[in-house]
Design a protein around this ligand. Structure first.
Ligand code: XMP
Length: 512
């Protein structure tokens, strides 16, 4: 499945590792991430055209600091170290890294020596710094290429080999010429060609599915109407036709009109999903449960149960197709594994093992924006592609406390209004997610001369890139006003609308 030009990004635990890999792909060169402890044999097997060593939170002198296998620098493969990667190369080759003044944010880079890496850059360029340690002395084999006011060795190069280090972050948008620099590294130094195009991979993915799934075997796939599961199902369907069995479980926690819409789209795409109406089962199981984690657990378990029941009645199922995408693959086996789990995400991870099924994950090498490109090419409607992400446990995580039919009605109706008004204002595509939340808190309302207790609805609209961090969206007051008036006017039992203005962190996006 891998194209011939590949860049390997070695992950030293930096927060921008995925961003580096995505930037490389945006420049149409395929990239993969490996953890810093990957063996040199594993890296060589990938036959990379170049290596990029990421940033990381450690100091090269820490006792358990992630190391660099010196032999990687002797292969003749171009290497670019960024931040920690830059320090690590200098340290590994005998240079000296020390605590410096620290530099955070914008800095002015002064280029000291012309180099293909800097082609198209001016003598002075703005760059983004985020470091405390810095390289203070270079070994004989390296020479300085650039400096900033506080960092005398902000970039270096090996005198004989194609090895580079940059202290600044070329991958972030705050380094305006960062992409140019990366492009130079990829095309001029690694001699890659701009060959990566996810949509070209469709035929290859289809062929690979055909090769894996034997003629007498069937594949089962749960589709939710989300982009990942829908694209997965369409790809598998293209490969093996009706030997793909799709299942759509309506857990009763979907958005307004969603089950109908999703079923319609799936049918138009040639899929003919088994529809399971499990609304009552899920609501029954959720009765009396107020704890957020408990709710997620119950929904996950119930989902597996429903799914197993359906699968039991179908002969010949040997595979389970899942919409796993690249960040999920890396997260589960990465060097930064062990980070605290904030919320358990609802998935069917335990299913394949339990049911003795083999896993088919045709999107496991793709980023979300690439999945969108593939989806478009496959004819999946734009409206579905652009829909905001929606959590597996659905509206249950947008109801604080117990899930009751009344709260479910309120949150569903109010969310539909939020989406409608954002679409009408042309803002829907500008934000990451937008929805309503309801809990048990009430507010006294006046209706005519009558006092009436009603629910408080909280509106959450956020901007984000990958949902790891998020900020509340600065929506114009007129739009918020319309949303508020419509909710109190049209949704029975609501007397107050509030707008959530906390970013992530410290809050999460969903309330539960
Ligand atoms: P939080 O609330 O943790 O959410 O800031 C981050 C992103 O993940 C989505 N989310 C989920 N997605 N299953 C999913 O598939 C889940 O259980 C789940 N919980 C949260 C959330 O909507 C946001 O985009």
């Amino acid at each position: 499945m891998r194209p011939s030009d590949i860049i390997v990004v070695v992950d030293y635990g930096g927060q921008y590792t995925h961003l580096i890999a995505r930037r490389v792909r945006q420049l149409r060169v395929y990239s993969e991430i490996v953890p810093y402890h990957a063996s040199i044999e594993r890296i060589i097997r990938l036959r990379p055209r170049g290596l990029i060593l990421s940033g990381g939170p450690r100091s090269v002198y820490d006792t358990n600091a992630p190391k660099l296998d010196k032999r990687l620098l002797e292969l003749g493969i171009p290497v670019l170290g960024i931040c920690y990667g830059h320090q690590l190369i200098a340290h590994t080759l005998g240079g000296k890294v020390d605590r410096g003044v620290g530099e955070y944010g914008k800095a002015m880079l002064r280029i000291l020596k012309k180099d293909p890496l800097f082609e198209g850059l001016d003598a002075e360029e703005t760059v983004w710094m985020s470091h405390r340690d810095q390289v203070v002395k270079l070994p004989e084999s390296l020479e300085a290429l650039a400096c900033t006011e506080n960092t005398p060795i902000a970039a270096f190069k090996h005198k004989k080999l194609p090895i580079y280090g940059v202290q600044f972050h070329i991958e972030v948008s705050h380094t305006p010429k960062g992409m140019k620099l990366l492009e130079n590294f990829l095309y001029k130094i690694c001699e890659c060609s701009p060959s990566w195009n996810p949509t070209n991979m469709i035929e290859r993915i289809v062929r690979e599915i055909r090769r894996s799934v034997r003629a007498n075997e069937k594949v089962l796939c749960a589709v939710s109407g989300g982009i990942d599961s829908t694209t997965t199902a369409v790809l598998v369907h293209r490969a093996i036709g009706d030997r793909l069995v799709t299942v759509f479980v309506n857990h009763g926690l979907m958005r307004k009109g969603e089950p109908e819409y999703v079923l319609k789209v799936l049918r138009e795409l040639g899929l003919n999903p088994i529809y399971v109406d499990a609304k009552d089962r899920f609501l029954g199981r959720l009765k009396g449960i107020a704890d957020p984690e408990e709710k997620r657990k119950v929904i996950g378990e119930e989902f597996i149960r429903v799914f197993e029941e359906v699968a039991k009645n179908i002969q010949g199922i040997k595979w389970l197709a899942q919409g796993t995408i690249y960040p999920d693959v890396i997260e589960s086996g990465s060097s930064s594994a062990g980070a605290a789990r904030i919320k358990s995400h609802h998935n069917v991870g335990a299913l394949p093992e339990k049911m003795g099924l083999k896993l088919l994950e045709p999107l496991r090498y793709f980023y979300k924006d690439e999945v969108r490109m593939i989806a478009r090419e496959l004819g999946i409607p734009e409206k579905l592609i652009r829909r905001h992400p929606f959590p597996g446990p659905g509206l249950a995580v947008r109801i604080i406390g117990e899930v009751t039919p009344e709260k479910l009605r309120i949150v569903r109706e109010a969310s539909a209004i939020v989406e409608e008004e954002l679409r009408r204002a042309g803002l829907y595509d500008d934000v990451w997610q937008a929805f309503a939340v309801v809990g048990n808190d009430t507010w006294v309302g006046v209706l005519g001369d009558e006092r009436r207790l009603g629910h408080i609805v909280i509106i959450r609209i956020v901007e984000s890139v990958e949902a790891m961090t998020a900020d509340w969206a600065r929506i114009p007051y007129e739009v918020l006003d319309r949303i508020s008036r419509r909710i109190t006017g049209e949704v029975e039992g609501v007397t107050m609308v509030a707008y959530a203005i906390s970013s992530k962190p410290p809050s999460t996006i969903e309330p539960c």
